[in-house]
Design a protein around this ligand. Structure first.
Ligand SMILES: [Mg+2]
Ligand SMILES: [Zn+2]
Length: 196
């Protein structure tokens, strides 16, 4: 029987995906997890799938947010959602012409490199078309989780759309979660499957 491979990593957009989108937020007190985020991340971590954040923070380039404020917000995200195995952050704006700001693939490629997995083995989860374009450009599997802000066109163009973060994990771990019974598959550990 065909068995899907567990992903090398799941890379999450931050704003509007892991936490509620508060544009250019520099205040840790305003950080609020999206529904299902805690459970979804818990399931991925228990399945020993690395999790990372890939986030555009153009507020830094615009001067609306200091790097220190951004760090404080990210620290609050980890306080509420647990530690991430990698953070890839673009602090540029569209006019900077960088290679990391989504829809460019740079953040996905960087996070995958830090985790020592191929972008092709990664799942990118986001709430807008830019996230899906970055996934596609990097060769990753993109899963869109729309919010009220997501454009109908972005939903129409997405290769895959999930209801929420729980649905994402259901899709990603469909086959990987059950066989994770490590005792019955000691070779999985021997091959260093669990964590890089
Ligand atoms: Mg977003
Ligand atoms: Zn950038």
């Amino acid at each position: 029987m065909f068995e899907k491979r567990r992903p090398g990593a799941v890379l999450f957009d931050r704003d509007g995906t892991l936490i509620r989108d508060v544009p250019y937020n520099g205040d840790p007190a305003l950080v609020e997890p999206m529904p299902g985020a805690v459970e979804a991340l818990g399931r991925l971590r228990r399945a020993e799938v690395p999790v990372a954040v890939v986030t555009n923070q153009s507020g830094v380039a615009k001067g609306l947010l200091s790097p220190d404020e951004m760090d404080q917000v990210n620290a609050k995200v980890e306080e509420l959602l647990g530690p991430f195995d990698a953070w890839a952050i673009c602090v540029h704006d569209d006019a900077d012409g960088c290679t990391c700001r989504k829809p460019a693939p740079g953040l996905v490629i960087r996070a995958a490199a830090v985790l020592d997995v191929s972008p092709r083995d990664c799942v990118v989860v986001g709430d807008i078309g830019r996230d899906m374009e970055a996934a596609r450009a990097a060769g990753a599997r993109g899963i869109l989780v729309p919010t009220q802000e997501t454009l109908r066109e972005e939903i129409r163009q997405a290769a895959e759309v999930a209801d929420d973060l729980i649905d994402v994990v259901d899709r990603v771990l469909t086959d990987a979660e059950a066989p994770v019974a490590a005792a019955s598959a000691p070779w999985a550990r021997a091959m260093g499957w669990s964590r890089w």
